[in-house]
Design a protein around this ligand. Sequence first.
Ligand SMILES: Cc1cc2nc3c(=O)[nH]c(=O)nc-3n(C[C@H](O)[C@H](O)[C@H](O)COP(=O)(O)OP(=O)(O)OC[C@H]3O[C@@H](n4cnc5c(N)ncnc54)[C@H](O)[C@@H]3O)c2cc1C
Length: 385
Amino acid sequence: MNTTTEDVVIVGAGPTGLSLGAELRLLGVSALVLDKQAAGENTSRACVVHARTLEVLEGIGATAELLQQGLVVPIFRIRDRSHVLATVSFKDLKTAYPYTLMCPQDRVERILLERFQSFGGMVQRPSEVFDTRPVGNDLQVHVKSGEEARTIHAKWVVGCDGAHSIIREQASIPFEGGAYNESFILADVEMDWPLERDEVTLFYSEKGLMVVAPLPDNRFRIVATVQQASAQPSISDFEAVLKDRGPEYPAVSIRHMAWSSRFRIQHKVAKVLRQGRILLAGDAAHVHSPAGGQGMNTGIQDAISLASALHRTLRDGDDTILDTWQKERLKVAHSVVGLTDRMTKVATVQSPVLKTLRNTAVELIGNIPFATHAAAEILSELTYR
Ligand SMILES: Cc1cc2nc3c(=O)[nH]c(=O)nc-3n(C[C@H](O)[C@H](O)[C@H](O)COP(=O)(O)OP(=O)(O)OC[C@H]3O[C@@H](n4cnc5c(N)ncnc54)[C@H](O)[C@@H]3O)c2cc1C
């Protein structure tokens, strides 16, 4: 059995773990990233990169590359079929990035990995963490790589290991919240879409929520809630959803489907983000509806601020900054979970009376520039500066 020692061991090489690793190494802290999978995921999953994320990724030099590989979309629109209820423009935001950037998660991860490696970082794969326990002032991280088991000693361990985090589970940190009854289906498609490619559209429908967003390479992302989803949703599943919930005319046919998937969603937040020398960030700390595209963004922002707090802790020998970090990020997590939950519930109201009330209210608010500007600031996560 081999034994090594690290300052920070990061469990999970998703967008959260890679951002944390890159920022730590930029700050001169040695950080090892472990991932149980033999290779990185190559599916598009989360596609929205918000303005605040582009700001915080400037330090590690990822933003310019993201801008090259993504598609700038300046408008978020809420519609009932074709009818516009509200337009939220990001164009007036006080940031160098007054838009959302559509960039599939596999591209984002590739860019973050390149940045991490450019600072001398390495992801060890496949390396599955199966146990973490305190020993003296350090932690012992037990890792399996195929048949081989080894122990890594670490000063700090950060669980960036996703919604089913083993780090959270073994630290017995409660994950509090609930689950949505519906499943989400999603696909990246090529289709003749009757609306402009400068808007992400959230369609209200009593049959369920639907979001259509333009992607690079002339593709579109479709996300929808359904009662029952097949494991591999088909083109006709998405054409049916577009017909029922999208613009009334013309009927949209999908020419090509590059990828489809389904997933179920919970809305939960970890009770604490720190337990002694164990920390949680990203989906390990909070999960929620994809409405508003906040998931990957919130994880990356957890990571960048955690890197600075860990750097100061290791440099100064004072860990109180980590409690401040925890307090701030828990507040953000609760606010994101609340926002996305409200967006999901409001979008899928079923009663005709409530539907009329909702549409009237959203249309009224959608005509108040102050209100739509505030909505743009919240969605872009610039309010968390
Ligand atoms: C099908 C799908 C579609 C999605 N669509 C959207 C969307 O449209 N919009 C949106 O905002 N979000 C979406 N999400 C959610 C988004 O992908 C997550 O919010 C984001 O990936 C969180 O990043 P993360 O780094 O925190 O965790 P993850 O990306 O989950 O990464 C966790 C990593 O930890 C590794 N790991 C887990 N356990 C261990 C262990 N014991 N040892 C070592 N490594 C381990 C895993 O292999 C994984 O690489 C989607 C997710 C899925 C699955």
